[in-house]
Structure formats: C-alpha cells, structure tokens
Design a protein around this ligand. Sequence first.
Ligand SMILES: [Zn+2]
Length: 90
Amino acid sequence: MGMFDWVDYECECPVCGAKVTGFQTKELDCDMDTVTPQQALFFYSICSGCGAWLVAQYVEPVAAHIHIEASKKNGDRVLKNYAFKPAKPL
Ligand SMILES: [Zn+2]
C-alpha cells in the first residue's frame, strides 16, 4: 500500500520554464502505480527549479489539455494550459 500513484506527465514550469516531472495523484488506489493524466484527472508536483507547487487538472472533452496552477513560494499563482494529446483512447 503506497501513498500515491505516479502520473505519466511532464511539462515546463509555468513560472520559470524548468522541466517538471514526478507528478503524483491521490485520486486512485495509491499503490505506487503509474497512471495516465486521463485516469488521474487531478495531480501535482513541485518545480525543482523555482520551488513552485504545480496542481494539474486533465480537462476534457472539447480540446484535451492540462490546466496547471503553479503556486510560487511567495504565494503568487501562475495559471497555464498545455495542449495534451492522449496516447490512445480509453
Ligand atoms: Zn519553476
């Protein structure tokens, strides 16, 4: 029994542009499995470049994209949407 599942997603930080990986979710079974953004729907990571906290949401169905809300250390927030093409239909 783990604490979360990994999410197969990475993006550039909306704040500083660094590559952000290691997204996690608690929306599913939390068995340390790797799931897709479509399965997780909500997931999060932290930028190793600037320390911003990134909360990501998979948005469907009109035009699939990933909505990122990045919280800087000083509390400011940066919002950004990234286009997302699912690897395969569910
Ligand atoms: Zn950053």
